[in-house]
Design a protein around this ligand. Sequence first.
Ligand SMILES: C[S@@+](CC[C@H](N)C(=O)[O-])C[C@H]1O[C@@H](n2cnc3c(N)ncnc32)[C@H](O)[C@@H]1O
Length: 235
Amino acid sequence: MSDEGPGEAGVPRRNFYGRRFGHTLRSSQKGYLSHDLESVRPWGISVAENPGRQVLDPVAMFGRDCPVWLEIGFGGGEHLVHMAQSYPDIGIIGCEPYINGVAMLLGKIRAAGVGNLLVHPGDVRDLFDVLPEASVARAFLNYPDPWPKKRHHRRRFVTQDHLLPLARVLVPGAEFRVATDIADYMRQALEEVPLAGFDLVDLGGVPWGDWISTRYEQKALREGRVPQYATFRRQ
Ligand SMILES: C[S@@+](CC[C@H](N)C(=O)[O-])C[C@H]1O[C@@H](n2cnc3c(N)ncnc32)[C@H](O)[C@@H]1O
């Protein structure tokens, strides 16, 4: 069974199985969400705002013509802000449906003062619908939800339902980085990602030179799990 199907008037209807809300937000975090989010949230990604799924122009989204990178499921935003600081000439879009993570990211954006980030507080698949073909030059998938039970493996990001729309929006030659601490997740990635039109470039236990460890990675290391890092290239 697919998780996707046409909804009313052909608008995609999707199931999201992760968490959208966690512990009660601090009042500072509520403030970030009500004051800061609107200024970094591109209009027209959600189905509610853009039911006709009109294609968006990344130049208009960033207000300048720059290479666009994408982080899928940024969690608390450590890696996203680090990349924005390290590459000020790149425009980076982060997607994360977990609102507590979005609030954490907004706090980090304030502290770092970065201006080259946009945030979609929702499902990355909604962004895939409305980005032009070959518009993203690099994508990051850091510690995706592992869905350990076999019957849930089809919920993993590394399935064709997610990877084919990702491949469509990536520029030929674009890098797709995957970090995970779950051996079976990497097994599935090595099987599925090439089927969507990617070549494996590198795989190992040493992170990229510009990597910063994320909250999830720190937890994995404390619990004795071993990270693996894979780099794919869009054909
Ligand atoms: C295990 S956490 C890792 C977070 C972060 N990347 C890190 O390394 O700390 C996986 C994240 O992916 C997000 N996620 C899951 N499905 C997603 C989707 N379809 N679009 C965007 N984010 C998604 C979840 O909400 C969750 O925060």
